[in-house]
Write a protein that binds this ligand. Structure first.
Ligand code: IVH
Length: 711
């Protein structure tokens, strides 16, 4: 698919992937997964492939760099002394052979040299880092985004498997997996069920939910356990190999996994994988694969990391688990851009120990491809503990008379027409059917608001999806501007929707039948924090504001280009008006921006053509005073030049380089064209450098760039 892609499309797709993965990560951390592992892995693979093809489009927050989620703010944040990384995956034996071959090549070992690996189960829990200073447990943290985690020291101290004191001097950071056994999980859920409390979907969610409790007494009552699987910062090595280190840690009181084995060849390691796979069902804890690690620590040091994962380890995943059940119904969900997504409602079935009652059907074409009909018997697959998918229909089991699913041509939420757009240029029909209701569609409105406040956009602390749902339902926030007038209206007692919510409770103040309700603050502190957070976002950088609007095809990169060319809300509104004219000059100018094209122009034209969109913007803009984009110097050494960065820089990040170039007067663009003046080609620059050379443009190496950058 990337063969025909332009850099701009790649950038857009990378943004979408980053957002989807970030959302999936957050949901996963919140113990409410929204994506299958297989889908997640597919996104990751697509991300890597696109970044390889378009290195210039790689994002600072790329999932290939970022690990896990950004911490939620419920616990104090701690920066890990050494990052907590993730693992690359292997799915086949060949992948494992490739891994070993890569390691040997990197180390300069011959193909038939012995490479000792450890093989141990990959525990389906959540990782934790335990820091001991002179033998005392000082900080216990979750992984968070890999760099910064949450300080859950008090919670971790409640685990029997975690010693509070150890015989060790200096700094010792032990890492491992917090988990709940299957039997403890079953007992706990049974007790919860009896007590009428909410139960957990699976042991992993139960472990995550139990560890991240504000009230430590609750964590203490939960049966959490710990397996050691690695190290963080260390004053002095404990041994030369990982396996001896694990033994040394065991003596200090850290439980190793009993199935860990030292293997002297890939064949050995694979044999151990099969043994563990056979035992999987009878183990009292969930595992989702086997982790192989290079045993020699000097090798590990030399191998180091690429992006988010060590070169010296790999996770060999078990195949996804499958089950057969009946399709009871197909429900349609409506997203921010109006996309109608079909969800399979299933007769509950246990797949790998988890009860599944919903699965994704992706889109209309997928329903047609599977020819799935309500009443069919279907195979479903669950990989990891995320939303399962429907794999196939067992047509031989189909009862007579089942009708094809009539995919709705109107929005189930607002009743507007739902259409599959045809791209006027390619003539291709979009796989996604979209509601055209826009502002009258409650589903779209609320999803747009969620996007607006989300981390990738305005990032308003304390306003999450739940609060938006709630405020929207109560008609307290119906469009972005409302967020900024919330405090004024709240002070004026203007909310008049009954009930209690996360943020506000409502006191009935009615007399004589006509109910009136006054908002009453339930938790003054969190309300104060929320209002402070909202105030803080009034000055978000202008480019972020544009991206937060959630206009289709206008992701962060496009938004930044727009912000640069239209540096204020007024300029943006003027653009919108200009786009409505026939043979629009504004459109010509817009398309002339390097990195933008017809699609974005079409999307913006459509967006501004709706009067309600213009009104929403005007109301929003009166509330904001966005930070203007960095001014391009008019007498800098790069004034008037357009510059492309490609490949990796060693001395600074791409973002820093772009900021410097902008300060020096350059226009930073993402794709190379005749109009480009300078191409800075860092390490492993690919197609762009090639193109620059073909076009005989000025190509700088990093050293040349640094001379200019550092003046
Ligand atoms: S080693 C440099 N060993 O899997 C990372 N990780 O997908 C070293 N995990 O964040 C991790 N069981 O939380 C390792 N036996 C095991 C593991 C394991 C589970 C988790 C760990 C890590 C994640 C990566």
């Amino acid at each position: 698919m990337s063969a025909k892609m332009t850099e701009r499309q790649a950038a857009q797709r990378l943004k979408e992937i980053a957002q989807q993965m970030a959302e999936a990560d957050r949901a996963y951390e919140d113990a409410a997964p929204v994506m299958t592992d297989a889908d997640y892995d597919a996104l990751r693979a697509e991300n890597l492939a696109l970044e390889k093809e378009f290195p210039g489009a790689k994002r600072a927050d790329s999932p290939s760099v970022k690990v896990g989620t950004t911490p939620s703010g419920r616990f104090p944040k701690v920066e890990h002394a050494r990052p907590m990384l993730s693992l690359d995956n292997a799915f086949t034996d060949d992948d494992v052979f490739d891994f070993a071959a890569r390691v040997k090549r990197f180390l300069g070992l011959s193909e038939d040299a012995e490479l000792v690996l450890t093989a141990e189960p990959k525990i389906d829990g959540l990782s934790a880092s335990l820091r001991y200073e002179d033998g005392t447990l000082t900080i216990g943290a979750t992984r968070g985004d890999g760099r910064v985690g949450e300080d859950v020291s008090a919670n971790l101290r409640t685990l029997d498997d975690i010693p509070h004191k150890v015989k060790a001097r200096g700094v010792l950071e032990v890492r491992g997996e917090v988990y709940m056994s299957k039997s403890d999980f079953a007992d706990m859920n049974e007790a919860f069920e009896k007590a009428g409390e909410k139960t957990f979907a699976n042991p992993r969610n139960a472990a995550a939910g139990s560890l991240r409790q504000k009230d430590v007494a609750i964590t203490a009552r939960r049966p959490l356990r710990f397996f050691t699987h690695g190290l963080g910062e260390l004053s002095a090595p404990l041994a030369d190999t990982l396996s001896s280190t694990t033994s040394a840690l065991e003596k200090l009181g850290f439980p190793p996994n009993p199935l860990a084995k030292i293997c002297s060849s890939v064949d050995d390691a694979l044999a151990h994988y099969r043994l563990i796979e056979e035992q999987r069902a009878s183990l009292d804890y969930d595992i989702d694969g086997v982790v192989y690690k290079v045993d020699r620590l000097d090798y590990q040091d030399r191998l180091g990391f690429v992006g988010r994962a060590p070169r010296w380890a790999i996770a060999h995943k078990f195949p996804a688990e499958k089950a057969t059940t009946r399709l009871l119904d197909i429900a349609i969900q409506v997203g921010r851009t109006g996309a109608l997504t079909p969800i399979a409602r299933l007769e509950p079935v246990t797949v790998g120990g988890v009860v599944v009652s919903n699965a994704t059907l992706h889109n209309q074409d997928e329903i047609e491809r599977l020819d799935v009909r309500v009443g069919d018997t279907v195979r479903v697959q669950r990989a990891g503990d995320v939303i399962p998918q429907v794999l196939e229909v067992l047509t031989e089991k189909r009862p007579k008379g089942l009708k094809k699913f009539p995919f709705p041509e109107t929005c189930p939420v607002c009743g507007s027409a739902a259409v599959r757009e045809v791209n006027p240029r390619t003539g291709e029909r979009d796989v996604v059917r979209r509601c055209t209701g826009n502002f009258i569609c409650a589903a779209q409105s609320v999803e747009r608001l969620k996007h607006f406040v989300s981390r990738g956009a305005m990032d308003i602390d304390g306003l999450g999806e739940r609060q938006i749902d709630d405020l929207f339902r109560r008609h307290m926030v119906r469009e972005p501007a409302d967020i900024f007038t919330l405090q004024k209206r709240q002070l004026a007692g203007a909310f008049n929707v009954p009930g209690t919510s996360d943020l506000f409770a409502y006191k009935k103040t009615s007399r004589r039948g006509s109910a009136a309700w006054t908002a009453e603050i339930t938790n003054q502190k969190s309300i104060d924090n929320l209002f402070a957070a909202i105030e803080n976002t009034r000055q978000r950088p202008w480019g972020r504001v544009i991206a937060a609007l959630g206009i289709r095809h206008v992701g962060q990169i496009t938004a930044n280009l727009l912000a640069e060319r239209y540096p204020s809300p007024d300029a943006f509104i003027t653009l919108g008006a200009g786009l409505q004219e026939e043979e629009s000059v504004a459109r010509e100018e817009l398309i002339a921006i390097d990195g933008l094209g017809e699609t974005v122009a079409d999307m913006l034209t459509a967006f501004f053509s709706d009067r309600r969109n213009r009104e929403v913007l005007e109301r929003l803009f009166t509330e904001l005073s966005p930070e203007a984009p960095e001014k391009v110097a008019d007498d800098g050494p790069l004034t008037g030049k357009s510059i492309v960065f490609t490949g990796g820089l060693t001395e600074m990040t791409r973002d820093e380089a772009k900021a410097i170039a902008t300060r020096l007067g350059a226009r930073v663009v993402s794709s190379v064209s005749k109009k480009t003046d300078i191409v800075v080609a860092g390490e492993k620059a690919g197609s762009k450098e090639k193109k620059a050379r073909e076009l005989k443009l000025e190509v700088w190496d990093e050293a040349a760039w640094l001379r200019v950058a550092r003046g």
